[in-house]
Write a protein that binds this ligand. Structure first.
Ligand code: ATP
Ligand code: MG
Length: 419
């Protein structure tokens, strides 16, 4: 059966971009596209023919088990549409390998690239590398690629771009036809006709231009120079900035001894703007010194009618977090994903519809302002993901934790609860 006939049977109607991708019969294919383009749906259907062609074995490899699930589920749906009853079907979700086995012995399972050693010792007929830009180069080159050698298996790698990392280098080599058996396809989110143009335009307004170009345009946008290029003291810093009366205040902590220990205090105003109104920064002091100072400032705020909200802290500081907990300052282990955290801060820095930014800093937080202005990426060596230069950036680390946490949480202004 031809591939497009197979697609018709399972009710999959690829859009033009997906069709172009499916029509190419290269052994290795790279599908780079903006978010929601339909990468997962297309790749799951791409290997449908392999699954049906006999006793084949293949993997959906992703940075975590959870990230391989969309492809796995799309494949299971298509198998169901075909009226095939699997011999076994195990959906382990985020916590382990999901697997499907069909009556003729074909198998597909999800694999986490988090521990690349787990990829040793298997021969594969096909592999799908999901969210490839988030998978380490070694996992791809040293562990996954050799699995395909004995059976001359094929591979599809899909991703939204993410800085100028190894995937960008691979993409460049494919485009330049250095790698003969590879083909690359690159599309934007709006090539999926199912995504409304309003949705695209609202993202274009909300995101910094290079983030939008990367996440929606599917472009490899390198970054150089200042990490927070949108930040300007003129726009983002105000004298005497205070949160509105009665608001919940948050804290974010980055631990340090030789490097400074930093605690930031922040709140959301009535427009959802993040107001950073106080900072504490101290090197070479014990945790009990920090605890005393945090308590003093917290108490002063609660006496003025503010409500104590959550505190996010560096996830690496387990012992320090325990000490804070015992002193009555509970903390939540923050998400330390640098790239995502930087984007979350930048999203707040951009001007909103009312021409004001989503984040303002009180002039009293002068160390944080200094960090904002000096924080830079390392000179971009092509082939490596852009990483910020290591310098005194601990206030900005704390701010990353906070912005990422707020992005993922419900509206805290509705949570009239003390912590
Ligand atoms: N050809 C198609 N026909 C119908 N719906 C489609 C098609 N392609 C994609 N979609 C729909 O678009 C949405 C995004 O698809 P999919 O999850 O495959 O995108 P993605 O690029 O993998 O997204 P993400 O960036 O979130 O991983 C889904 O709701 C999917 O059902
Ligand atoms: Mg996907």
């Amino acid at each position: 059966m031809l591939l497009h006939e197979l697609f018709r049977v399972v009710g999959y109607v690829p859009h033009a971009g997906q069709r172009e991708f499916h029509e190419c019969d290269s052994r290795f294919k790279l599908l780079i596209a903006g978010a929601r383009f339909g990468k997962s749906l297309a790749t799951a259907h791409e290997i449908l023919a392999d699954i049906l062609s006999g006793k084949t074995r293949g993997w959906f490899v992703a940075p975590t088990f959870a990230l391989a699930l969309p492809e796995f589920r799309y494949l299971c749906d298509a198998v169901r549409e075909l009226g095939v009853r699997p011999i076994s079907l195990k959906e382990a979700g985020r916590f382990g390998a999901s697997a499907i086995k069909l009556p003729w012995g074909a198998q597909a399972l999800t694999v986490s690239a988090h521990r690349p050693e787990s990829m040793l010792g298997e021969e594969l007929d096909w592999a799908v590398l999901c969210e490839a830009a988030h998978v380490g180069r070694a996992a791809f080159e040293r562990y996954l690629r050799p699995r395909l050698a004995t059976r001359e298996g094929r591979m599809v790698a899909t991703s939204t771009p993410r800085g100028l990392n190894w995937l960008f280098v691979l993409y460049g080599r494919v485009i330049a036809r250095v790698l003969e058996d590879w083909r690359a396809f690159r599309f934007a989110t709006w090539h999926n006709p199912g995504i409304s143009s309003d949705e695209i335009e609202s993202a274009r307004k909300a995101l910094p231009a290079d983030v939008f170009d990367e996440q929606y345009g599917g472009e490899f946008t390198g970054r150089s120079g200042r990490v927070y290029a949108e930040f300007s003291a003129h726009t983002h810093v105000r004298e005497g900035l205070q949160p509105p009366a009665g608001e919940v205040f948050f804290k974010a902590v980055d631990f340090g001894y030789t490097n400074p220990f930093v605690c930031l205090w922040a709140a959301l105003d009535h427009d959802g703007r993040l107001i950073l109104f106080d900072e504490y920064r101290q090197s070479a002091a014990t945790t009990s010194t920090h605890i005393a100072e945090i308590r003093r400032r917290d108490d002063a705020l609660t006496q003025r009618g503010y409500l104590r909200g959550p505190c996010w802290a560096d996830p690496a500081g387990r012992l320090e977090r325990e000490e804070l907990q015992q002193a009555g300052i509970p903390t939540i282990a923050a998400d330390n994903a640098v790239h995502a955290g930087i984007n979350a801060v930048r999203e707040r820095l951009v001007l909103r519809n009312d021409n004001t930014p989503g984040l303002m800093v009180a002039a009293a937080c002068h160390q944080l302002v200094r960090e904002f202005e000096s924080y830079r990426y390392e000179e971009g060596e092509v082939g490596r993901e852009a990483v910020p230069l290591k310098q005194d950036d601990h206030g900005l680390d704390a701010l990353r934790y906070l912005c990422l946490a707020l992005k993922r949480r419900v509206d805290w202004r509705d949570v009239r609860q003390t912590w």
